[in-house]
Ligand binder design. Structure first.
Ligand SMILES: Cc1cc2nc3c(=O)[nH]c(=O)nc-3n(C[C@H](O)[C@H](O)[C@H](O)COP(=O)(O)O)c2cc1C
Length: 393
């Protein structure tokens, strides 16, 4: 398919979402697309962003514009990063490597199938996402591995003390996919493109489970094992422990109120991510765009503020910047593009997003996105020395 044909087929995130739905077995599409319980928080992320207005401005010279933005100590071509999405490699083989080649920073999930050692990560802010485990020895070994692989930025996810209950996954029998019943077999058989690709590439394993024989032999067994290892006692002293061990940039992901933001920054976080895990954890939590101004005020320039939840368009990115974010993480949006059309699909989606962001900024009379952060008095943090992480004593 040519680039022009692709643009005609995929003109929005929703086009990619529908194509992903056609290509993926329902059991996997629902895992990607769904949220916790009644999915009200997931829906609120999108609805509240849609309700957030942009202010059009005329009579301004916007002939010269830039989408450049500085976050996590590095200058980027746009204020967007590919967030951690577990199981990307299950939706389409090679997706995690494709994300790291996409020309924007990316964060590898702990639930990834691709080894951190096998990924290119030259941008200086590519990151690894960690869950702190009950076994701190095992957690320390992960940190050593990630630092050894050259990653300089660590995201620690803090909104998963327990796993959210996802009704779609319960109904579809996600946990039984490796021992499928007739319904699951019919689902798989009616999505032959995905099945053929899977047969060609074999069943993936979770890369963190290398050397953990007790985690089981299939991806889902390993994922369930890892989920069971996440430490529900992880608190501010645990964060202090992590800060002392990790000498690279530390980003705390899953902050939704001022108090938690202050704790994270007081413990030495270089950035926080305003996130409710895309509505996949606590159903009933407020939307991230509602929480963002309060967190931005509490942080007040002491750390970078990243934002995610419901970003589907370039205009959504601008809304987040205007409400206090330095940059946005994409979640489902880029996973739909990869699942639908692989690396080329992701490239088309990122071009669309940049074009929409550029148009939205111009029509709001904005020529520099860095200017937005300065306008709201949230001075940019100077870069942290060194771009490679290392593990302290
Ligand atoms: C299928 C899927 C898997 C995810 N896996 C992880 C993960 O392993 N670690 C993590 O911190 N967040 C994970 N997230 C949450 C995303 O990083 C991000 O916070 C969320 O998707 C943002 O919401 P959005 O999808 O509406 O953009 C996952 C999200 C999805 C959809």
């Amino acid at each position: 398919m040519t680039a022009g044909n692709r643009l005609a087929r995929f003109a929005s995130c929703e086009d990619f979402r529908r194509a992903a739905q056609r290509r993926l077995p329902r059991i996997l599409f629902d895992y990607l697309d769904g949220g916790a319980s009644g999915e009200t928080t997931m829906a609120a992320n999108i609805a509240d962003l849609a309700q957030t207005g942009l202010e059009p401005r005329a009579l301004r010279d916007v002939s010269s514009r830039s989408l450049d933005a500085t976050f996590l100590g590095v200058r980027h071509a746009m204020p967007v990063m590919l967030g951690p999405v577990g199981s990307l490699g299950l939706f389409r083989a090679g997706s995690e490597a494709a994300a790291f080649r996409a020309g924007v920073s990316a964060c590898l999930s702990s639930f990834a199938v691709t080894r951190p050692e096998d990924l290119p990560h030259g941008s200086g802010s590519d990151a690894f996402q960690l869950y702190v485990l009950k076994d701190r020895g095992r957690t320390g070994a992960i940190l050593e591995r990630v630092a050894g692989a050259g990653f300089g930025t660590l995201f620690v996810t803090v909104d998963t003390a327990v796993s959210g209950i996802r009704e779609r996954d319960l109904r579809n029998g996600l946990r039984r996919i490796t021992r499928p019943d007739l319904r699951i077999l019919a689902d798989l058989a009616s999505h032959p493109h995905w099945c053929v690709e899977r047969l060609r590439h074999g069943l993936p394993a979770m890369m963190l489970a290398e050397g953990w024989p007790e985690a089981g032999g299939t991806y889902l067994e390993q994922a369930a094992f890892l989920a069971g290892q996440i430490d529900p006692a992880f608190d501010r002293s645990g964060l202090g422990w992590l800060r002392a061990r990790w000498r690279g940039r530390l980003v705390v992901k899953g902050i939704l109120c001022a108090q938690d933001a202050r704790i994270a920054v007081d413990c030495g976080a270089d950035a926080v991510v305003v996130s409710n895990h895309g509505g996949r954890q606590l159903d009933g939590a407020r939307s991230t765009i509602r929480a963002l101004p309060e967190v931005a005020e509490a942080v007040s320039g002491r750390a970078d503020i990243l934002f995610d939840g419901g970003i589907r368009r370039g205009g959504d990115v601008l809304k987040a910047l205007q409400n206090g974010a330095d940059a946005c993480l994409l979640g489902r949006a880029y996973a739909y593009a990869l699942a639908a059309d692989g690396e080329e699909g992701l490239a088309v989606f990122l071009r669309l997003l940049a074009a929409e962001l550029d148009a939205a900024a111009a029509l709001c009379g904005i020529t520099s996105l860095d200017g937005i952060a300065k306008d709201r008095g949230n001075g940019l943090k100077p870069p942290v020395a060194g771009t490679t992480g290392s593990v302290g004593a």
